[in-house]
Design a protein around this ligand. Sequence first.
Ligand code: FMN
Ligand code: SF4
Ligand code: SF4
Length: 392
Amino acid sequence: MTKTIALSATLEMTEEKAKKAVLYVFSGTGNTQKIADLYADALRGGGVSVTVHKITADFSDLPDPAGFDYMGIGYPIHAFNAPEIVTDFVKSLPYFNFPESLIPAQRKEYFVFKTSGEPLKLNNASSNKLVYVLKKKGYRLTNEYHYAMPYNMVFRHGGDIVRKMWEAAKKLCPVDVAEILSGEKSLLKKPFLGKPLAYLFRIEQFAMRVNGRFFGVDRAKCTNCGKCVKNCPTSNIRMTDDGLCFGWKCVMCARCSFYCPQNAISIALLNGWKVNGAYDFKAAGDCAAEGLKNNTANGCEENGLKKNTADGRAAEGFSAGYSFDGCTDDPSDPHADFCKEAYEKYFARAQEKIAAAKDKMKIAAKTEHTAQNEQSEFDGCPDCFQSSNFSK
Ligand SMILES: Cc1cc2nc3c(=O)[nH]c(=O)nc-3n(C[C@H](O)[C@H](O)[C@H](O)COP(=O)(O)O)c2cc1C
Ligand code: SF4
Ligand code: SF4
């Protein structure tokens, strides 16, 4: 009897101690979801239980943020902003603890993680509208992180840089999550032009709804598999007797056109920027997607294509920029130097942060050891007594 009471008391205490996190995530083509998965893993590693809520146009039955110790929002950057579906989603979140939350320190804290094709700082103001809406509802942004992930629009990134982005994200996310768990605040600096640019480009949201109405399908290619209909987050696509029909609710997430197995969907005015086919984050995507050998090491050469690595390009007499097109028989790649400086800075910053975190961990481990020694000394451990500061 006494044992049962003691056991249930322990269980209650454990339950009380276990912290909970909710991640609200919108991801058009999976990049932000991959980052959310890394966050969830890192949070779980820190002893936090995690609920991931995928944002769709249906805002009913949301997990209430008040029931969680940590709250995160993840989204892909669309035209320097959060997608409209994400701002609409945060509008649907409940007011937090009013009127106490009128005092900033009493607000519900949350963090944001976002992805985009290039790491330009101009993207830093993308959360502005969302932050504004949430502030009025009693929430306070404490941490914000931005990860470069491959473009699902504009042009297709090549295998080298895709792998590099993914490797950086895999190492950065646990470091960033550790920062959140430690209570250290971290917000992105908004560049001078970031705010007005984000404001101006919000016109994209209306334009995309109109553009989406004019998506088309190549009937010769379409196999009526229904994948696009099933997966559209706003249920904007209908299968009719006359073929597929697109409505006015498009948020231009690119999911339908990106994942269409037949590459049958045209995205109206943006068709020149369409990217089709999942990236392969392990090996180089482009070659594999084309049924060619990997774009690693000599894969391209074996395929009779030029090696589109920095060295390969240099050997061909072209600028040794990042390779964006994977295997190519045209090394005069128009995107080779695209935002090169911004990527270089991004990877350098990532490396710095990861290295600093490792150093911090080493220092923490040392401090822990010293603390143990000090503790041991108080406990009268003769070994530590010899070497500790207290013996001097
Ligand atoms: C409509 C649209 C607009 C985009 N605008 C930007 C942008 O302004 N800056 C950028 O770097 N990437 C932009 N991208 C690329 C995505 O942000 C990037 O590929 C992101 O990782 C996609 O994430 P997801 O797979 O979670 O949707 C845009 C993509 C789409 C579909
Ligand atoms: S995903 Fe492509 S092939 Fe399948 S129904 Fe849609 S358009 Fe047709
Ligand atoms: S129609 Fe396509 S691009 Fe538009 S919201 Fe649906 S899946 Fe996304």
